[in-house]
Design a protein. Structure first.
Length: 443
């Protein structure tokens, strides 16, 4: 019954999420099912104030990562409202060209890659990129459902968990528990990134050729109406070098601090990098901002829902981990006749599928299992990278907040949006994980 309760709780959170119910509501309701079937105390978990209650677990995540979400959201808003992201996108499109349909997909990937590797939230990147992509796809009459592949490959694979130095929250969380840095497992991570991108670009070409062979056009698999008069919105143009400067500086500071800094700097370099990038945005783009105060306020407001949504998913997953039914699942994973690095990756991937959140999965795995695997003698650098990538493999699940957001912005349906999204993220990150796991075993 205890295991059944966990399964029903997971199914409920998936069902509610698919019905567009906020995770802030879905997570407590799904938790209730787990609590009842596992005979846990309702009052302690919902009204209690100790560290194991639902609210304490939620607040603990917010306390740890509030500044990351806040600074990242402000940076993204300043880049967007000033027109800097638009300037970067326009420059890449001009350089690559739009005559070849594959070049359009490649441009969308590169724009997505640059923005997210520069610290822009994948949620914000979607809002900035999809309107631009829609115009390009329509003009070239490319089936709109293919936008998933370059977008996800750019925002939700290498720049989220694989590429060394990436300032994503998924690359930051393990540092607190492993005393590693943002460039953990540097060389295997670089090789894994190449493998990940290589698969993604191949699959992008394969899917495009298949779509062309089937005579699919812009509206074939989309409810998006054709609007031939639509144009790319024009904003005040900022020079490319100036637009990309804050992102480049952020990446340079991140790498230098992670590779050459002391223990304090390796752990906290991302705060300095984000703050300096925000200040650079204000300095460089001030005259292009309609209102600095409005941009700062919008950035601050934009940080609230993502962090609390993720924290709610973490609280749900943390209570699942503490339920008696999960002990049997955990023991099953530990008893599998595979190397510890493998069951660590499997455990993290499972938590990602349960919570529908990669950062949520790491927020559960790190405090609960990091010490266990360190005590087994595993290399902290490989633990960092394996858990980060493992948290990404099942990012695209029905209850995933980022997938639901994508459906809302793109106007695709779950049926037309899930297949390519899942294959792009699952296969590319799984291949990257295989590279890192093999490297860890041979080291």
């Amino acid at each position: 019954m205890a295991i059944l309760g966990i399964l029903l709780g997971i199914l409920l959170i998936i069902f509610l999420s698919m019905r567009n119910i906020s995770i802030l509501i879905a997570a407590p309701l799904a938790t209730l099912v787990v609590v009842l079937f596992n005979q846990m105390s309702l009052t302690d978990l919902y009204l209690g104030t100790d560290s194991q209650s639902f609210m304490a677990l939620l607040v603990d995540y917010v306390l740890k990562y509030f500044w990351i979400f806040l600074l990242g959201s402000i940076l993204a808003n300043l880049m967007e409202t000033s027109g800097a992201t638009h300037s970067i996108a326009q420059t890449i499109i001009v350089k690559i060209g739009t005559d070849n349909p594959y070049n359009i997909l490649l441009a969308i990937f590169l724009i997505s890659f640059i923005l997210t590797y520069g610290g822009i939230s994948l949620f914000v990147a979607m809002f900035a990129i999809i309107p631009l992509a829609r115009v390009l796809f329509q003009k070239a009459n490319i089936s709109w459902h293919l936008v998933q592949i370059p977008l996800w490959l750019g925002i939700c694979t290498v720049t989220m968990t694989i590429l060394p130095g990436t300032p994503s929250i998924q690359n930051i969380i393990p540092i607190d528990y492993l005393q590693t840095s943002l460039t953990a497992a540097l060389l295997p991570s670089l090789v894994a990134s190449v493998v990940c991108i290589g698969f993604g670009l191949w699959y992008m070409k394969y899917a495009l050729n298949k779509s062309i062979a089937a005579n699919q056009g812009f509206t074939t698999l989309s409810t998006q109406p054709a609007t031939s008069t639509q144009e790319i919105p024009q904003k005040a143009q900022i020079a490319f070098w100036k637009s990309i400067c804050p992102l480049v500086v952020l990446i340079i500071i991140t790498f230098l601090g992670s590779l050459f800094g002391n223990a304090f700097m390796r752990k906290n370099v991302i705060y300095f990098a984000l703050l300096i990038a925000v200040l650079l945005c204000i300095l460089l783009f001030y005259k292009h901002l309609p209102s600095l105060s409005k941009s700062l306020n919008a950035g601050a407001s934009g940080a609230v829902l993502p962090i609390f949504s993720t924290a709610a998913a973490v609280a749900f997953g943390s209570i699942v981990v503490r339920a008696s039914g999960f002990e049997a699942i955990q023991q099953f994973i530990f008893d599998l006749p595979i190397p510890p690095y493998f069951n660590l990756g499997l455990l993290t991937t499972l938590m990602s599928g349960i919570t529908g959140s990669s950062s949520g999965a790491l927020g559960i795995v790190m405090p609960n299992y990091a010490t266990y695997y360190l005590d087994l003698g595993l290399n902290p650098e490989f633990i960092h990278r394996i858990t980060a990538i493992g948290s990404n493999i099942l990012t695209i699940v029905p209850q995933s907040g980022v997938f639901i957001t994508f459906i809302g912005i793109s106007k695709l349906t779950p049926k037309t949006a899930f297949k390519e999204s899942f294959i792009t993220v699952f296969c590319s990150t799984l291949l990257a994980q295989v590279v890192v796991l093999a490297w860890a075993l041979l080291s």
